[in-house]
Structure formats: C-alpha cells, structure tokens
Design a protein around this ligand. Structure first.
Ligand code: SF4
Ligand code: SF4
Length: 425
C-alpha cells in the first residue's frame, strides 16, 4: 500500500514522457549544468539526460551501465530547473527515472554503490546512527585517531581521506520534547532534527532552539521523527522512502504553526512530500508547514530588545543548491547575518554551481564531486574569510573536509549558529 502510493507519483510512463515533452531543446539550461560544464558531453546535460530518460521510458534504448552512468552523474542540483523557460520539472523526472531503473535492475546495469547503501541503511533507524556516533567518538576521544595520524598508518592503508571526512563530534544529546518560549509565547513551532544533525551538527539544532525560544516561540521536538528520506528517494528506493515519509507525517501530525528544518537539504525533500504522496492529506498538510530555519527567522517580526554583539570579521556565505534551486530562499541567510554589526558578509564566488556534496553523490561520484569542490576551496584560500557559513550540513561537512585537506584552518558553520553565538544574552 505504502509502496504503491509513491510508485504512483513516480510513474515513469507519465512523468518522464510529460516532462521530456515540455523540453523544447533550447539549451538555455546547458551553461548552468555543472556536469555539462565539466564534461562537455550532451549526455551529461539536462537536455541530453531528458532524451535518455524518454528513450528508456519508451523502451527505445535498453538499460545498461553506460546509460545509467549518464543519469547517475547528475547531481540533482536542479540548477537547470530554475532557468528552464518551459518549466520542465527536472527533479521529478530524475526521481522517476531512478525509480524506473531500480525496478528494471539486471546484471547489465551499474553495480550498486556499497558506501551509498551503507549510509542509507544507517540513516533508516536513529539507533544505528547513535551506535555509529559512539564508535566515532571513541575513535576520536581515546586518542586512537591521533595515534593513527601521527604514525602515518592511515596514509599507509589509504584511509587518510576517510579519516579527514569525519567532523569533530560532540556527545549525543537527548533533546527535550518541549522548550518553552522566553517570556510571552507568540507561537508554537516544531523542529525537524533529521537523521544526522544530532551527530554532525548538534550545535545548529541547539542554537536554533535557543534563538526561537528567545524570539517568543515554544519549540517542540517530536521524538518519533526520522530521516527525511532524500537519500532513498533520489536513489530509486521508493518503498523505504515512503516508509520514512509516513513516519514523519505521523510524528508531526499535531498542529504547530510551522515545521522548521535546520538543514536546507532536508527541507527541500520535506516540502515535496505532498507531491510524492499526492493522495495523502496528512502529507499535504505536512509539506505546507515546512520551512527552512533562515526562511522562518527572516519572515517573522522580531521582538524589541534583541541585539547582537559586533563581529569584526569576514564571513563568506555558501548557497546550497537546495536553498537556491528548490526552496528559492537563498537571500535569507544574508538578511539574517546583516543583523550582526561589523561583520563583512560576502557571497562565495560561483555560488550558483553545486559544491559536489549533493547528498551521497560525493561517495558515488567522488572524482566529479572533488572537481566541483576544488574551485570553492581555491576561492576560500584566496579570499581567506574568518568563517564560512552554509545552510546545509552535507555541504558543510564536504567543504570542511576540503579545507582540512588543503591545510586551511577555517570555521564552517550554519548561519543560525553564528547568529545565536553573537546574540546579546
Ligand atoms: S532549458 Fe528547459 S526546455 Fe531548454 S533545453 Fe533545458 S530543459 Fe529543455
Ligand atoms: S540537476 Fe544539475 S547536474 Fe543534473 S542536469 Fe540539472 S543542472 Fe545538470
């Protein structure tokens, strides 16, 4: 039943043909496509991929590893969707074709990426992420990481890059179900914590809750929520994606004013539940209340008496694709950080191009991901900001890894973490 609901939405016969038919092959999307710009191959462009999707849906081309690779190399950044004059819903077509590929998988198709499947398995249950967190914290806290780095063992066994990718982890925190508003309550909101934030970006959750309470909101953290399902959805895992969506729509069923995500990547998926489960009223209601934290904070009236400590520093802002191309709220972190006196805020050059993180993409298509990240690291090296901010923890982790590998010591954080850090208490 659950599987059928999402399958109906990702109906390749309808969606792929419908979206591909809207494409007039104008090519306006081509200069905006990171993979086309990098590989100079029509099959790596939005227009080319739409043709491949259509040929696959109509059985004009067989599914094989080569065709699947062209589709797999798409970042799902949706930069093409934003500039398309024909309003081709490229993201929908891509999710549909990945679902189609999964349903037709044979020995001729691309082998499954084990790292991506392992991450999917981990995020399906909070307990698995908790166990992973404990293991990684032991690795960092007992000095084992220091010892292995010092003795060059990691380099000898080829695990330096994996080790570099592990951020400094804080102890797992058990969040309360309700945080009361500071003084008078002006509203009631719920926080979507997702599957990873408590492990890799706990500070953003804590800062968001503190700031919301200070601004007069009672904050709810529903305990039964789970992963947003993005990793499964964009990999054709319709059954599991549906289960995760249902878990969240049920966890957030009560009537908060808004459901706030602290990760733009999660918000971009959560706000489309209503489309994916198009016959489900709870999913429609859920999606209608989703907001990215910066979007929410920039849209409310702030009480008087809130002020920020000056920050005489330079802050570079990275715009995640999900915030720019799906939520279309990329101006909000700029508006919020402008509240901090003395801070020089600037946009990271080439911000419209994906950084390469793209969910689990950097694990499956590492070479392309690193080629996309390299210019951003070079810009950061040249411009030397004191802090890099980004609204998506996946981008933050991937960029921070690139900075560590380049020997750059730079703070990377969510804009709301910085805002709350500067708040006059
Ligand atoms: S911009 Fe839209 S219509 Fe033009 S080629 Fe790209 S997808 Fe097709
Ligand atoms: S989603 Fe991004 S990578 Fe994929 S075709 Fe569109 S612009 Fe290119």
């Amino acid at each position: 039943m659950q599987h059928r609901a999402l399958s109906a939405y990702l109906n390749p016969d309808f969606h792929i043909k419908h979206e591909a038919a809207k494409c007039v092959a104008c090519g306006l999307c081509l200069p905006h496509c990171p993979t086309y710009e990098l590989l100079h191959d029509e099959a790596e462009s939005p227009r080319g991929r739409l043709s491949l999707m259509l040929a696959l849906a109509k059985n004009d081309l067989p599914l094989n590893a080569k065709l699947e690779s062209h589709l797999a190399r798409c970042l799902d950044c949706r930069a093409c969707e934003k500039v398309c004059p024909s309003n081709v819903a490229y993201g929908l077509a891509l999710d549909s074709v990945r679902h189609l590929i999964e349903s037709r998988r044979t020995t001729d198709t691309k082998p499954l990426n084990r790292s991506v499947r392992l991450i999917q398995w981990l995020v399906e249950k909070p307990i698995r992420m908790q166990i992973l967190g404990r293991i990684l914290r032991l690795y960092q806290g007992t000095g084992l990481q220091w010892l292995l780095r010092k003795s060059h063992v990691l380099r000898l066994v080829g695990l330096t890059r994996l080790d570099n990718a592990i951020p400094k982890l804080a102890s797992q925190k058990r969040f309360s179900e309700i945080y009361p508003a500071h003084k008078k309550t002006k509203g009631r909101v719920a926080i979507f914590t997702g599957c990873q934030a408590n492990l890799v970006d706990q500070q953003t959750l804590t800062s968001s809750i503190r700031l919301l309470c200070r601004l007069g909101y009672e904050v709810h953290v529903p305990p039964d929520q789970g992963c947003c399902g993005a990793l499964h959805l964009h990999d054709g895992q319709a059954r599991k994606a549906t289960e995760l969506m249902r878990q969240n729509t049920s966890a957030f069923a009560d009537g908060n004013d808004a459901i706030i995500s602290v990760a733009s990547g999660c918000a971009a998926t959560l706000c489309e539940y209503g489309k994916y489960l198009d016959n489900d009223v709870a999913a429609q209601r859920f999606s209608g209340r989703i907001m990215d934290i910066s979007q929410f904070l920039a849209g409310i009236s702030w009480p008087t008496g809130i002020s920020f400590r000056p920050l005489p520093g330079r802050i570079a802002i990275h715009d995640p694709c999900t915030l720019t191309n799906v939520l279309r709220q990329e101006d909000k972190p700029y508006a919020l950080l402008a509240k901090i006196p003395g801070a020089e805020i600037f946009s990271l050059p080439e911000n419209k191009v994906c950084c390469g993180a793209a969910g689990a993409y950097h694990l499956a298509e590492t070479l392309i991901a690193e080629q996309l990240r390299a210019p951003k690291i070079n810009h950061l090296k040249r411009l030397a900001p004191d802090i890099l901010v980004t609204s998506n923890p996946g981008c933050a982790t991937f960029l921070a890894t690139g900075l560590r590998e380049a020997g750059l010591d730079m703070e990377v954080m969510h804009p709301v973490t910085l805002l709350e850090r500067q708040l006059e208490k």
